[in-house]
Design a binder for this molecule. Sequence first.
Ligand code: HEC
Ligand SMILES: [Cu+2]
Length: 352
Amino acid sequence: MKRFFLGDLAGPRMTAAKVGAFLIATLNDSAAHAAAPLNYLTGHGVRSRPIATLTWALMIISVVVVVIIVALLLAGLRRGHGFSAPAPGTQMPVARPPGGASWIYVGVGISTLVLFVMTVWTVVTLAHVANPPRTDDALRIEVTGHQWWWEVRYLSPDVSREFITSNEIHIPLKRTVEVDLRGADVIHSFWVPALSGKTDVIPGQANRTWIEADKPGVYRGQCGEYCGEQHAHMGFEVIASTPEEFEKWWNSQLEAQPNASSELAEAQNTFIAKCGICHTVRGTRAGGHLGPDLTHLISRRAIGAALLPNTRGHRSAWIADPQHLKPGNYMPRLELSGPELNAVSTYLDTLN
Ligand code: HEC
Ligand SMILES: [Cu+2]
């Protein structure tokens, strides 16, 4: 499936076919994810569907209003009143021709009614989606916004089942997920267009939002509030799967990493020495919190906050020069030697 971006439409060759293809990709539910990952015109859960319906309704009403106004304006211009220039010295009458005022009364009346209905509909929809329909079996997670990545902590009544991961949120299908939002530095905004609207992530303030997906899949999320140089690359992914798959994933994430076997010991030591001050790998002496938790790095789909696919090549390129791939981010270029880079990459490969 070709990916479409609004930018594709612009440029010198904006054809009807291009516009059509874009609209079809936007409207076609299943293609929408792949074609336009941040598409908010189709909802995929109990929360986003009423919002998407409202968005479409407001958009259609607005377009109809513009069309009516333009049509009336053109009709008025065409009709004219055959107004010939007065002879010099004569007085111009100031009285307007009678009859036109009813257009204004009726127009204002209809506009007021439409605006009133739109306001009530908006308020009712927002109130309806503000709180989840049921919270008794809700899953609770805590998401912390950092410049420019997301830390995700899974909460559980049994604290031994809690753990931290980053930039990837797994959720079980058809279950409410309450998201407690924390800010580590500046104001960010948590946004998964297909599942919910935006909620600000503010340092020192505990905000809460909720998401729920009813179809399995990968939903793209994005920081929705300008937060500095790499704001555009502060993405994440929400992965919705069946409750069984979700449970399996949770259990696998809980596991700590074993101490490396003798042939990997040196690679692990290099990692701990060079990277452990900022990154955690549970089960080892690497326990830093300045960067994402790397305990199960290999299980994730992307690195750099949804910047690059998580392949060995991209990982090595990142470690060799993170400032080239994401200028200004808080992982410095570490000037590793060739063997060190190789050792660290080899060690990362084991973090399943
Ligand atoms: C000074 C702190 C610091 C050091 C030292 C550091 N990192 Fe990072 N690292 C970060 C930060 C911060 C990020 C998040 C960058 C972003 O996405 O904005 C990061 C991101 C990463 C990521 C991507 C993780 C993800 O889920 O997106 C990998 C992989 C990584 N670092 C590996 C390493 C390795 C390997 C080393 C040692 C050679 C290392 N880092 C050293 C701070 C550090
Ligand atoms: Cu941000």
